[in-house]
Design a protein around this ligand. Sequence first.
Ligand code: ADP
Ligand code: MG
Length: 466
Amino acid sequence: EWSRVLGRLRTEFDDSVFNSWFKPLALVNIEDGCAIMAAPTRFMRNWLESNYADRIRNAWATENALVSDINFIVMTGFTAPAAEDNRPQQAAPSAAVGRSADFPRGSGNTQSLSDSRPVEVKDSEFGAPLDPRFTFESFVVGKSNELAYAAARRVAENEDVHFNPLFLHSGVGLGKTHLMHAIAWANKERFPHRRVVYLSAEQFMYQFISSIRYKDTMSFKQKFRSVDLLMIDDLQFIANKQSTQEEFFHTFNALIDHRRQVIISADRSPTDMEGIEERIRSRLGWGLVADIHPTEYELRLGILQQKANQVPEVEISNQVLEFLARSVTSNIRELEGALNRMIAHATLIGRPITLEMTKEVLQDLLRANVRRVSIDEIQRRVADYFNIRLSDLLSSRRARQVARPRQVAMYLAKQLTAKSLPDIGRQFGGRDHTTVMHAVKRIDQLRLTDSVLEEDIQHLERIFGT
Ligand code: ADP
Ligand code: MG
């Protein structure tokens, strides 16, 4: 039946994911309804726990009703099946910009660790792709983002280091990733010889653990320490991930010591980065910390006008743009989403967009924006209400006294915001959308049978004014 569980997982995931993470697992035992599986390394165990535990548990539950929980252990000396065929594959094309052909190759043979397998460092294992739309030209500047913009320009246009690191932070959808890509494009254009690398903290972690798995850490270190400008997006992802943090910190220090530019983004300021070691937090704040504030009306209108100008074939009145700028205040991603929906609608029906039409088409989004409940707020209030710590709510702890409130918070996030399941999952510590879906269904069911929970939820809904 372990093979049936594996078979199920195989159908649910890409081959590369399956081969990297599930295939190397071995079933050790089933004890008291708990399936114990062994992973070959600590890193794999941690990764499985924080990313795939729910999916694996579900697969077990479907195949064997007696298994209600799962557990991973690390079994040293236990080796994964042949390395070549389960080597993780990078779906995206190369994004390292600059003189990519010169990236160091090989694993520094003289000091290579126990495994002497020759290693090719391919560009595609390095940076993430850059979005051609995210440039300085397309970035609209307003009061809320002018500091971050000025700092970004300064870094992009200079080869020498002015502030190191540059730390950008803001809530979601306010332009951090856009600015980082813009820096990469501009810097590459101005200084073609420079090695500019952009990637998310998650990708950094993924490469790091792969390098350990394939005994490739020398080339990992070497390639990251050879860049002129390193940008790591969404650093909050490595909160509570000890080994990745450690490695990040070494890379970070090495680059800063050699006067290479480092740019970091996160969803909060260095001092607020929970789950990141104090010495790292403090160093993150040594350079320039620039935050992007929630948008103001003028900026929103400016962005809408710029976007509307890009589709001259669709007629959108200023009245409609002003209405959208007034109503969709949560963030720029949603603002763009609203405009795109209107453009799609107008193209379909072949008529200019009217205000009436806008209100009708965007009903759900507008309602969510009127309430303006954010997932952050839901998480805080729910944690408060159930008297648990916010960090526990967002953790991967599965104890019932935190797991249930977490499901309630996910449920409310789905009901009270316009966020998609994947978006919600991301804000709950990077969980998968199926986990959120599962939570929503579960709470929906429980509301019918569990009167205490039903009361809790009604109380919470009142707090959010619904
Ligand atoms: P974050 O990384 O902070 O979550 P993004 O950089 O992904 O946000 O921005 C979300 C969307 O909003 C992107 O499509 C981006 O192009 C757009 N955007 C953000 N800020 C601006 C701006 N100042 N001008 C134009 N577009 C913007
Ligand atoms: Mg981003």
